[in-house]
Design a protein around this ligand. Structure first.
Ligand SMILES: [Zn+2]
Length: 186
């Protein structure tokens, strides 16, 4: 494994849900406290996350308002703002904040909007395939207020019933292959 100086790993929801195990990677991991709202209790992902927390392999940090504002402004320009969840935005803000503190954060995410926004901000990111995890997403689009479902092509629009901006969510993963973690360059 080639070590990059100051390398830390920032995880988003897709990384954890798709099977990234922080205990298997010899790096410090960071994420935001609100990620717990996006994990389903009593699942493998949930217990893995809690073990990583208890053993200090993941640290929780809330980004400051200054960096959240930068993410908001940037994602408004790129058009990703409507598809990024609040947690996604916090994770991007956290990575940016940690970078300004002299570390080299690597965001692990398979969310296209997260990757796109990271790219705009010159933040490094990588997908789960780097870690030998492959799968296909099944995304749904839904109204977070009245829970009606919509076709994906309506992303960015509002609920026709109650007017709330629609959100995306990974419904489930369809695993293609899952190899053991190999040595990798981060
Ligand atoms: Zn609605």
């Amino acid at each position: 494994m080639i070590l990059k100086k100051g390398r830390i790993i920032v995880l988003d929801t897709t990384a954890l849900v798709m099977g990234y195990n922080p205990l298997s990677v010899d790096k410090d991991h960071f994420t935001v406290p609100d990620i717990m709202k996006e994990l389903v209790p009593e699942t493998l992902t949930w217990s893995r996350f809690n073990t990583a927390l208890e053993t200090g392999k993941i640290q929780l940090k809330t980004p400051t308002a200054k960096f959240l504002k930068i993410i908001d402004d940037c994602s408004n320009v790129t058009g990703d703002s409507t598809v990024l969840s609040n947690v996604d935005k916090q994770i991007l803000a956290l990575a940016l904040e940690l970078k300004t503190q002299g570390t080299s954060p690597l965001i692990v995410s398979d969310d296209y909007a997260v990757q796109n926004t990271a790219d705009q901000l010159d933040l490094e990111y990588t997908s789960l395939s780097t870690f030998g995890i492959s799968y296909r997403f099944k995304w749904i689009l839904y109204c977070p207020a009245c829970f009606r479902r919509y076709r994906l092509k309506l992303a960015g629009e509002k609920c026709r019933v109650c007017g709330t901006p629609l959100k995306r969510r990974v419904l489930k993963k369809i695993s293609i292959s899952k190899k053991r973690f190999k040595s990798f360059v981060v």
